[in-house]
Design a protein around this ligand. Structure first.
Ligand SMILES: [Zn+2]
Length: 589
């Protein structure tokens, strides 16, 4: 790392975050923190928060966050060394000289990006230059992907070999450990590695800065599973990326509209036929991070998912997510049996434009679906429609828009506005940070929330670190970001050593981790009973992990029984009953 932590500390000590941000935008005091209208996205009510105690900022609207260096980077659109230099100059701190390459090689994330880039080049050359690759190229041609689009998207082919990529990487002097960390190779039992992707068409997945963050891979025939993907890594959290958005972001901005489709081909075919403002959610369920990513560039979205029932369900979920983010969303409905790529190929670009232009808004689309399921002429049918419609309308943050939808619903169903208004008041809005009480089932988003709260509370009060450390290991954290942060906190800051989140941000030196630290810290600001929340979240995670291990043990025991390995069975059963006993004790506490 080119800048020592001491230097960053010194600059930071002389660049109070409130003063620095206050020199760019007007701030308002809110208790011990400050609020502002976010400079990074358009908003009317402030969701941008600054904590002088933690020396961080976070926007609950668009997810931006970090410390004073991160703010200046984003505000001035400059890189980290540049931001350090800017603030050092203002603060009168003299910087030691350094070279850029030193900085770039410091972070392991950078090594993963490089490895991914190298792998993409390998797969590309396999597609273009081998006989097996030509079959893959033929397949793509058959699906309507031209050479230009194929080249731009760096489509490739993974040969049917166990160590094709490995041998290539070795020849390039690359570290297999980084290759493993990037998810491209898997460790072999008893030592060594093997290629994850074999005999597959490769779709590199890019982030918004054109860096390859992961890979999707498709079989050449109709065998299952059709697609496999890279695992999540330090640089890839699936829920935060949109396929193709790096290519389309400028057009999305220009047209002030983003068309959201589902898969690689749904993106590639329309894109090469001139539909510039399009991106794919990859997987049917859109996430709120993806919605927020789009919202940085436009508030207007048209969803275009397959016309089947899975597509319909995905569209309905997506509607809720975009509405919740305060965006304006419509749904275009494809004729049955067609997906976006087959539609545009058979009917042409003009028909595609017309389809997008004819998209229905929330009320038309969802009401249409509900009316086909329930009889809107009977009062029980109306009640059913309302009970599904109102929770969606309740998610709209803008009061004027919300009322507009209520009015229209009232007209369509012939129900008085007052009745609908009093019903909608009973619906509690989703408030992320009140979740601990609701951590009941075991969905991923709840795990992510619990992890953020635990990290946030440890950062809030270093005295709690040892308590958490006694009950959870870094590997208990599912999200690679919270895991990395917990690892660093456990390693560096136990024993009540005081520090602030901003220091941790400097130490980890990775924008995505900075954002996560700021988000976790800000999430816990309004929690009243912090001790109880921490205990609840830790207990919930311990339980969840114990349950997962128990079901894993059951399978291992069965397997050992089948193999007739009595020693192994006994050992596993001992672990199983030990865990149950431990689990009961924890539950009693
Ligand atoms: Zn924002």
């Amino acid at each position: 790392m080119a800048f020592s932590e001491q230097v960053l500390e010194e600059i930071q000590g002389k660049s109070d975050i409130v003063a620095v941000i206050g020199s760019y935008i007007p701030l308002r005091r809110a208790g011990r923190n400050y609020k502002a209208n976010c400079p990074f996205h358009k908003e009317k009510t402030p969701s941008f928060m600054i904590s002088p105690a933690k020396q961080i900022f976070h926007c609950f609207g668009c997810g931006a966050g970090g410390n004073v260096f991160g703010f200046v980077m984003k505000m001035e659109n400059i890189d980290f060394p540049e931001a350090v230099r800017t603030l050092a100059e203002k603060a009168g701190v003299k910087l030691p000289s350094f070279t850029r390459s030193q900085f770039e090689t410091s972070s392991y994330a950078v090594q993963i990006y490089k490895t991914n880039e190298m792998a993409a080049a390998f797969y590309r050359s396999m597609l273009l230059n081998t006989d097996a690759g030509k079959r893959a190229a033929e397949y793509l041609k058959g699906r309507g992907i031209g050479e230009e689009a194929s080249g731009k998207a760096k489509l490739g082919f993974a040969p049917d070999e166990w160590s094709g990529l490995i041998n290539y990487a070795k020849g390039k002097g690359l570290d297999l450990a980084v290759l493993e960390r990037s998810g491209l190779v898997l460790p072999r039992e008893g030592g060594g590695h093997y290629d994850r992707f074999r005999n597959k068409i490769i779709f590199p997945i890019f982030d918004i800065k054109d860096r390859v963050v992961a890979f999707g891979a498709r079989v050449l025939d109709n065998s299952q599973p059709k697609y496999i993907n890279s695992p999540e890594t330090e640089v890839y959290i699936k829920s935060r990326h949109l396929y193709g958005f790096n290519f389309s972001v400028q057009a999305v901005k220009d047209k002030d509209l983003c068309i959201v489709v589902e898969g690689y081909l749904d993106f590639l075919v329309p894109y090469q036929m001139g539909v510039g403002n399009i991106a794919a959610s990859l997987g049917t369920s859109l996430t709120d991070s993806q919605a927020r990513l789009i919202k940085r560039y436009t508030k207007n979205v048209v969803m275009l998912y397959d016309g089947d029932s899975a597509g319909e369900a995905a569209s309905l979920r997506g509607l809720d997510i975009f509405l919740q983010e305060g965006m304006s969303v419509k749904v275009a409905v494809l004729p049955k049996g067609l997906d976006p790529d087959s539609f545009i190929r058979s009917k042409g670009a003009a028909a595609f434009d017309a389809l997008i232009g004819s998209a229905s808004d929330l009320l038309e689309y969802k009401l249409g679906i509900l009316s086909s399921r329930h009889d809107s002429r009977t009062s029980s049918g109306k009640a059913k429609i309302c009970s599904e419609m109102l929770p969606t309308i309740a998610k709209i943050p803008d009061a004027v828009l919300k009322f507009e939808f209520i009015k229209r619903l009232s007209e369509k169903l012939q129900i008085r506005e007052e009745a609908l208004l009093s019903e909608i008041k009973k619906i509690k809005p989703d408030r992320g940070y009140e979740l601990p009480e609701e951590l009941v089932s075991g969905s991923v988003s709840q795990a992510a929330m619990a992890e953020k709260i635990i990290v946030g509370l440890m950062l809030d009060d270093p005295d709690t670190i040892n308590e958490v450390k006694g009950k959870l290991k870094p590997s208990d954290f599912e999200d690679p970001y919270t895991r990395k942060i917990a690892e660093e906190i456990f390693a560096s800051f136990g024993d009540g050593k005081s520090f602030n989140p901003s220091q941790l941000i400097n130490r980890l030196a990775e924008p995505d981790l900075a954002r996560m630290i700021a988000e976790s810290s800000s999430l816990v600001e309004d929690i009243k009973d912090k001790q109880k929340n921490l205990e609840d979240c830790v207990k919930w995670m311990v339980n969840k992990n114990a349950k997962a291990r128990l079901s894993e043990l059951q399978n291992l025991i069965k397997a050992a029984q089948v193999m007739g390995d009595d020693g192994k069975v006994n050992q596993l059963v001992a672990e199983y009953s030990g865990l149950i006993k431990h689990h009961k004790e924890l539950a009693r506490r």
